[in-house]
Design a protein around this ligand. Structure first.
Ligand code: X8Z
Ligand code: ZN
Length: 602
């Protein structure tokens, strides 16, 4: 009996060897497909990027030509990446994945991931989604914000929210900033359906799950990770929340301290960063920067990267980027939210910003240049065009934010002659200011934004509950309430850029903040041997090599493996918590006798 079975088995293996294609042939076939795909993909991608660039830098009401051009280019890219023929070929090759090289498998999987957003089995849906996205962006950035009937720019609104102490004027600015949500609501409802339906055609349950899958994670895993971040920082957030209610009430001359922070009291339109509310004597970045130009800030950012060993930015970056606000009275508007673009997935790198000389833009410049230097670091022959992305999306967000943090620390500022090296500063207050940025951001990103978009896409949140849900989440996670009840004619979530044009990805930023403290801790303790609270990265080539090593592989490596290899760690908020630990005692003392309104545990 045994013998016969063995005999059959041998015959079986024999057949396999006779008829199956050897690995080399499969690899050759796959490579030919990948090369041909890549060539066409890069061309179409570049054309679409250029059309998008135009549509984001030159927004004129009624300019249907620019919009149509962007739509056409995006449709051509979608038709190719989502073509039934391509999907079949990719799936066919992936059936023989065990015979392919890991790099080939990664590229094919990337193709399939892109296809899922544009499947040409449902061409009308994809077309409708592209159109809806173009229109939404145009409405968002073509919007004319007004205070007392006077047009104001987002930079001007932000300035009021940072500096104004008169509550009526603050209220007007905040309310003005949310008006745009009204005109975006219908589009968002439409996009909720269209985004879900397009990815469902290739088997994803919803758009949120699709975006999360890029990390190799399920929606449940991603939600659990974000909830863990919130739990980790919650005790400190609760202290910060209490502290700010009392401090701001004092500042605005309000006798009765409110239980929750009114949204218009905070120095940011979404309450995502409160750091502008605290000044540190001796390191007043805003007044230092007020003496500089916007151009100087961008150059200063570039110098920092160069000092670490990175190359100067290419001439084309300076010629083709759109770095400053549109001149007053110009007949067009532009996207006012900062972004970095890798237009041809090779050498054409650009940034879109509206830099003015203040601390927020100083940080944002470092953030965007982080993306640009990430693009440059992986645009090498070793990294195939299709894998020219971050190890994951959060890595991409982390690098520049890390540099932004480093560029604010006292030894760095002194070295760069931005402050007097002998000036005495209050270190606890510096830490407080940093916490009001980095800690305050977590309940917003991991909580409000991530939960809202999960509900929107994975749970099909009904349109008559958008604003109610938004404010429930704001209260629960951030302890923030609107100045007065806001019904469903408003769509305050849609006042946030990412809800419209970077959908279901905001947890990227929560993860990136956690990662950046891991990166920073390693750099400070293992490379610089400096206190993480007081570092100076400037000019240190070893720091440059470390950052470069994280970026250069692009998406050719699994992000978890890369972390283990370079950091020897898994993702963890521990370095972030440790960094801010000294603040806990200080705040508890400052808050002694004050009423806490957030629960001890979330
Ligand atoms: O959107 C951004 C970047 C885009 S590349 C400027 N950020 C998030 C935001 O502004 O909401 C950076 C940190 C958080
Ligand atoms: Zn970014």
């Amino acid at each position: 009996m045994k013998r016969i079975v063995l005999g059959l088995l041998l015959i079986g293996i024999g057949t396999l060897f006779t008829f199956a294609t050897p690995s080399e042939d499969v690899q050759r076939e796959a490579q030919a497909f990948i090369d041909a795909y890549t060539k066409q993909y890069q061309q179409l991608y570049y054309a679409a990027s250029k059309a998008e660039w135009r549509a984001n830098t030159y927004i004129v009401e009624g300019d249907t030509a620019t919009r149509a051009a962007a739509q056409r280019a995006n449709e051509a890219l979608a038709a190719f990446t989502g073509s039934v023929e391509n999907i079949r070929a990719i799936q066919g090759l992936l059936k023989e994945a065990d015979k392919l090289t890991p790099l080939q498998v990664k590229q094919l999987k990337t193709m399939l991931y892109i296809a899922a957003n544009n499947p040409q089995t449902v061409p009308d849906l994809v077309k409708a989604r592209i159109e809806a996205e173009t229109v939404q962006n145009e409405k968002l950035f073509g919007f004319d914000f007004k205070i007392d009937g006077q047009s104001v720019t987002p930079n001007e609104i932000d300035d009021i929210l940072k500096k104004e102490t008169d509550l009526t004027r603050r209220y007007k600015a905040w309310v003005a900033s949310k008006e745009v949500g009204k005109v975006l609501k219908e589009g968002l409802v439409n996009l909720q359906r269209l985004r879900n339906q397009t990815v469902q055609a290739l088997g994803y349950p919803d758009y949120f799950t699709y975006q999360v899958s890029d990390y190799g994670m399920t929606t449940e895993e991603m939600m659990a990770l974000n909830q863990q971040f919130i739990r980790d920082i919650w005790p400190l957030y609760r202290e910060l929340h209490t502290y700010m209610r009392y401090e701001l009430a004092k500042r605005y001359g309000v006798k009765e301290v409110p239980d929750y922070l009114p949204a218009h009291w905070l120095p940011n339109r979404w309450g995502q960063d409160w750091s502008a509310a605290v000044e540190v004597k001796g390191i007043d970045i805003d007044s230092i920067l007020a003496t500089k130009t916007a151009e100087w800030i961008v150059k200063q950012g570039e110098q920092f990267y160069i000092s670490l060993g990175f190359p100067p930015l290419p001439q084309s970056f300076w010629e083709l980027s759109s770095l400053y606000p549109v001149p007053k009275g110009a007949p067009y508007k532009k996207n006012t939210h900062a972004s970095a673009w890798h237009l041809d997935l090779d050498k054409d790198v650009r940034s879109l910003m509206s830099v003015v000389p203040n601390a927020e833009w100083y940080e944002t410049v470092h953030h965007e240049l982080g993306h640009i230097y990430y693009f440059i670091s992986y645009s090498t022959p070793e990294v195939p065009i299709l894998l020219r992305e971050g190890a994951n999306r959060a890595f991409h967000e982390a690098m520049g934010s890390l540099m932004g943090l480093a560029a604010m620390q006292k030894p760095f500022l002194a070295h760069r002659h931005l402050i007097d090296p002998n000036v005495k500063t209050d270190e606890m207050r510096t830490l407080l200011k940093e916490a009001l940025n980095y800690i305050v951001f977590i309940p917003w990103s991991a909580g409000v934004m991530t939960e809202f978009e999960k509900k929107l896409y994975a749970d099909n949140l009904p349109a008559d509950q958008f604003n109610k849900t938004w404010w429930e989440l704001k209260k629960r996670y951030q302890g923030i309430v609107p100045p007065e009840p806001r019904d469903e004619q408003y769509c305050d979530a849609a006042s946030k850029t990412h809800i419209n044009n970077d959908a279901a990805q905001y947890y990227d930023y929560a993860i990136s903040y956690v990662l950046l403290f891991q990166f920073h801790h390693t750099i400070a303790t293992k490379i610089l041997h400096q206190d993480p609270h007081a570092t100076n990265y400037y000019g240190n080539k070893e720091v440059g090599k470390f950052i470069h090593a994280l970026m250069a592989p692009g998406a050719t490596r699994d992000w978890r493996e890369l972390m283990r290899e370079i950091l020897g760690e898994e993702i963890s908020a521990k370095p972030m918590i440790e960094y801010f630990a000294p603040l806990m005692e200080y705040l508890k003392q400052a808050n002694a006798g004050r009423k806490y309104t957030l629960p001890e545990q979330i």
